[in-house]
Structures are given as C-alpha cells and as structure tokens.
Design a protein around this ligand. Structure first.
Ligand code: C2E
Ligand code: MG
Ligand code: MG
Ligand code: MG
Length: 285
C-alpha cells in the first residue's frame, strides 16, 4: 500500500514532493479548517534602508503550523491554495494580520518621521477576485493603517500578458494610496517598457541578481546589470528593493550601486513581529 502511494517519498524534504505528499493525503481539503483553527501564522522580515541601515518595516510571510507535518513554508501550500481558490480567504487573513500588526508598530513608535510599513504578497488569483479592492479599503479602515504604509507585492510573472481587466484592480489599489511592488523582478522576462504604464512604485529585484555579489570580487556582469536596472528604475521614479541580501559584501555593493532598500538574512531572517522591536524600529523615525 505504501508503495502505491509513493512510499518513502514522504521523507524527501523538497517543497515539490512535500506538496505532492500533502495532496495525496487529501490535505488540500484541510486548508479551510486550518484557517479556522488558527494553524496559519505570519512571520515578518525587516526591510532595511541601505543608506543608513534603518528598519523601515517588514514583509509579511505566511506559514502553516501543520499538526502533522510541522511548519510548512508558503511554497508548500500557496500553489495548492491557489488551485482551490482558498488563497482568497487566506490572503485576506494575511492582509488583516499584517495591517493590524503594522498599525501596532506605528502606535508603539509615535512621532517617527518615517512610520513603519508592511509589505504583503498578493496572488494573481486574488487579483481576479472582484471584492479585492473593497476588501483592501475595508482592512485599512478597520485597522486605521494609512494606505501609504501598505505595499502589495505582485510577482512580475503574474503581470506578464496581463490585460486591462487584470490591471484595473491594480490601478484602483494604487489610487487608494497603497504602494505596489513588482516582486521577483527580473525572473519573468517582462517587457521593460511595461514599467511605463504598470501602476507600480517599487521594483523588488530577485536575489538571482545579487548571488554574484556575495563576496569580492563581485561578478562584473551582475554589477553592470543591477547598475542599469537601478538607473532605469530611478529615472522612472521607482524605488529599488533587493531581496536575498545574505552577506555584508552584498549589502555594500548594493548600496554603492544605489539600491534603496534591502531585505535578507544578513539583516534578519523572517521572525515573529516582536523581533522588529529588537531591531529598533524607532531608528526609522
Ligand atoms: P517572496 O515574496 O519573494 O519572499 C522572499 C522569500 O525569500 C521568502 O521565502 C524569504 O523567507 C526568503 N528570503 C529572505 N531573505 C533571504 C535570503 O537572504 N536568502 C534566501 N535564500 N532567501 C531569503 P518564503 O517565506 O519561503 O516565501 C516564499 C514565497 O512565498 C514568497 O516569495 C512569496 O512569493 C510567497 N508568499 C509568502 N507569503 C505569502 C502570502 O501571504 N501570500 C501569497 N500569495 N504568497 C506568499
Ligand atoms: Mg514578496
Ligand atoms: Mg520576492
Ligand atoms: Mg523571491
């Protein structure tokens, strides 16, 4: 019987096979129940100003504290949640948590010139859900979070070939005053000229670009590419955030290249919301 169901493959710890194992167990059906039971939680990874090292806020990253499989990362269940539509209530829940948390940081650090902000990932499935814009407006109102303190991250690949119908909600979100970031930028072969008309204000450079800068000497081609992207982005008034900053050398290169914000293990791993206080959010003020 075990063989029939894939046998020992349960022990392989790569996300794909874990996702398959979960599907085989029929646990996809447990997503709604898991949400109800409070098995999901959100970790926060600080966003750092590269110029002065200030903590500007954090990206919200969802995890599933599964009673049998332990803590599952988003790569292990987001694709499932997207295929069943469960990403809609799950994404809404993450947004609520993150907005409430960011508001709490703000109230704990009054008077700062730069109020803590929060980034939340948005699935393309959510983008096609007709209540999305109203829900975002509702969450901002309920939590009291100023729209400018929220940034929604949409992956570049989600927007490739996006038609007017997909862009309309994004424009309305931007009209609320919420920032929109193009996540994993540079991995999706997007048309650079699309930056002219996408309602995006932040480019999040995928860590593929910074791999070659982990140590000296840096890969000269990576340096040139990032330099070019930064200059293009800045000429279009876009902020450049770099993900996957793992070493001090990388951080130094990226600052020298004019990148604005950084995020990565060199600064902090994703963690509970309290750990932003240890990193002294107040410095951002
Ligand atoms: P992402 O939005 O590109 O998030 C960055 C990922 O890189 C996170 O993985 C983060 O933990 C990881 N990371 C951060 N710093 C470093 C570093 O220095 N080195 C390396 N190697 N990795 C680093 P995570 O948490 O596993 O999330 C994976 C993806 O899942 C996210 O990629 C995002 O696309 C998606 N995701 C996470 N939370 C949500 C959510 O609430 N909703 C939706 N739709 N997607 C989510
Ligand atoms: Mg992201
Ligand atoms: Mg990313
Ligand atoms: Mg990424």
């Amino acid at each position: 019987r075990a063989k029939e169901h894939g046998g020992n493959r349960y022990e392989v710890a790569d996300p794909d096979s874990d996702a398959r194992a979960i599907t085989r167990h029929g646990l996809t059906n447990r997503l709604p129940e898991a949400l109800e039971r409070g098995e999901f939680f959100v970790e926060y990874q600080p966003l750092i100003g590269l110029e002065d090292g200030a903590v500007l806020g954090a990206e919200a990253l969802v995890r599933w504290g599964h009673p049998v499989h332990g803590v599952l990362g988003p790569d292990q269940f987001i694709p499932l949640a997207e295929s069943t539509g469960q990403i809609v209530p799950l994404g809404r829940w993450v947004l609520e948590q993150a907005a409430r948390q960011a508001r709490e940081w703000q109230l704990d650090h009054p008077g700062g010139s730069c109020a803590p902000r929060v980034n939340v990932n948005l699935s393309p499935i959510q983008l096609h859900h007709r209540d999305l814009v109203a829900e975002i407006a509702g969450v901002l109102e309920e939590t009291g979070l100023p729209p400018g303190a929220l940034c929604l991250e949409v992956t570049e690949s989600a927007l490739i070939g996006a038609d007017e119908d997909a862009l309309k909600p994004l424009r309305r979100i931007a009209d609320l005053g919420v920032a929109i970031a193009l996540d994993d930028f540079g991995t999706g072969y997007s048309n650079l000229s699309s930056l002219r008309w996408l309602p995006v204000s932040v480019l999040k450079l995928d860590r593929a670009f910074t791999r070659g800068m982990r140590r000296h000497p840096a890969d000269p081609v990576d340096l040139k590419i990032v330099e070019g992207i930064v200059s293009l982005a800045h000429s279009l008034d876009l902020t450049v955030t770099v993900e996957g900053v793992e070493t001090r050398t990388q951080a130094e290169h990226l600052r020298a290249l004019g990148c604005d914000h950084g995020q990565g293990w060199y600064y902090a791993r994703p963690g509970p919301p309290e750990h932003l206080h240890h990193l002294s959010l107040a410095d951002a003020g």
